[in-house]
Design a protein around this ligand. Structure first.
Ligand code: ZN
Ligand code: ZN
Ligand code: ZN
Length: 370
């Protein structure tokens, strides 16, 4: 990791110059992890990475976390500005940025910086103007380097191991919550450091895309949507498969066949230069042509990396062209309210030759014994 950080800080600084900004202010967040490899606990004491256009990088850090910062930032040339419990870190930031004039200039703050910190910083630097760092960092974080693609492939393979085991848990008589608990354990067993979400939606609940598991019991004839993901070595997994327990309900097979074709069409549309919106359209056209258009109620996908949802978004209106290294989900769904729904989701990476799928479990409908 340390090998990438210096280059990332340099590129962030280059972006500052090109956006005519004076400094980037980044608190505990995926941005901080990306730029400096530093992951402090996101607590009430202010921690802030300051990157100025003139070349300095420093970290305002509470005294009790200075040893952690030393350990994680060693060798990167980041100057530690340590504040004691009774000092005001916002004043320390202001005096540091005053030196080069940045305290009265154009500052970009991390999108995830708490309002509690931002308001104090704004009070300490009333002459500054403020914008979001997300726009500065977006082009960097959106295109994954080789190490990031390897991390996404590894975490994708880990979540696929869990998908292979769904049949062990999804049986009639068991509740969504019981099944979700088993999936949760398995995600950790497969090597994830943390579980980010486990959606288990059975029967009519499969028609609610972000359903939270309940004590509803699985019945023969239920479609079940599993959308699961976690984090391993900082990078996120996210995959969805839909299974049926016993005889599929009337109309389900037809719906699923359309969905599978749509998901394949979306992946097939991926290649460098193609706008994100065209991938969404490729999925959506198949579903619309089959008469289910009004039941595909969300965008086709989202970027993924250090965060579950990040740029680029695969949605109508986003004409950002795909570039090799972009990683994102292709996850069309069709949801018939009160009846059933289905979704298929793979993470793909755009390569020179098109989409490389990082999730490779079967997409043909899996019918589990009732
Ligand atoms: Zn979702
Ligand atoms: Zn998902
Ligand atoms: Zn997703």
């Amino acid at each position: 990791m340390s090998d990438h950080r210096a280059g990332r800080l340099d590129r962030a600084r280059a972006r500052l110059a090109c956006e005519r900004l004076d400094a980037l202010l980044i608190g505990p967040s995926p941005d901080l992890r990306y730029l400096a490899g530093y992951t402090p606990p996101p607590l009430e004491r202010m921690t802030l990475l300051l990157i100025t256009a003139d070349g300095d990088t420093s970290l305002v850090v509470p005294a009790l976390e200075a040893p952690l910062a030393e350990e994680q930032l060693g060798g990167l040339g980041v100057k530690l500005l340590v504040w004691q419990e009774t000092e005001d870190p916002a004043e320390l930031v202001a005096s540091t940025l005053a030196a080069g004039g940045a305290a009265r200039g154009r500052l970009a703050v991390g999108d995830r910086l708490w309002s509690a910190f931002l308001l104090r910083l704004q009070a300490a630097m009333p002459a500054a103007t403020w914008s979001l760092a997300g726009e500065v960092l977006r082009p960097l974080r959106m295109v994954k380097d080789a190490a990031e693609v390897r991390a996404l492939a590894a975490v994708g393979a880990a979540i696929d191991e869990v998908v292979e085991r769904l049949g062990e848990w999804a049986r009639p008589g068991r509740t969504e919550l019981e099944v979700a608990a088993d999936v949760d354990d398995a995600i950790r067993e497969a090597g994830h450091r943390s579980v980010n979400f486990v959606i288990v939606g059975a029967g009519p609940n499969s028609a609610s895309p972000h359903h939270e598991p309940t004590d509803r019991r699985i019945r023969p004839g239920d479609a079940i949507v599993f959308d699961i993901g976690g984090t391993m070595d900082g990078y996120c997994s996210d995959t969805t498969r839909t299974v049926v327990v016993g005889e599929p309900p009337a109309g389900f097979m037809e719906l699923y066949e359309v969905l599978q074709q749509a998901q394949a069409a979306g992946c097939d549309a991926v290649r460098p230069g193609v706008p994100c919106s065209a991938v969404d359209a490729a999925c959506r056209d198949v579903i619309t042509d089959a008469g289910y258009g009004e039941y595909f109620i969300h965008r086709t996908g989202h970027g993924i990396g250090l965060e579950e949802h990040e740029h680029p978004y695969i949605v109508a209106g986003n004409d950002e062209p795909l570039v090799p290294g972009m990683a994102f989900s292709v996850e069309p769904g069709i949801y018939l309210p009160g009846r059933f729904g289905a979704r298929i989701e793979d993470i793909v990476v755009c390569t020179e030759d098109g989409a490389r799928r990082l999730n490779t479990t079967a997409r043909d409908l899996v019918v589990l014994p009732a």
